[in-house]
Ligand binder design. Sequence first.
Ligand SMILES: [Zn+2]
Length: 76
Amino acid sequence: MGRKDRERFLRMKQQDPDYSGFRGITATPAKPAEATESVTCSVCRRKRNVPVSSIPVDRERFVCLQCQERQPAAGI
Ligand SMILES: [Zn+2]
């Protein structure tokens, strides 16, 4: 490594403690977006794009967030 390169390397390292040279991969991968699916709300009958994790096993009983907020205890 030439003197100039070494100086630049040290400067980069000072600015970014994680800097480990051009081969170092410091970028953290972006979180993958959660998969969504369109489910029909059992109350308003509108199709909603919701994260798969929030879809009930029985899709017929799916209530969208808007309806959940409107009728919190709707005797389901
Ligand atoms: Zn709804």
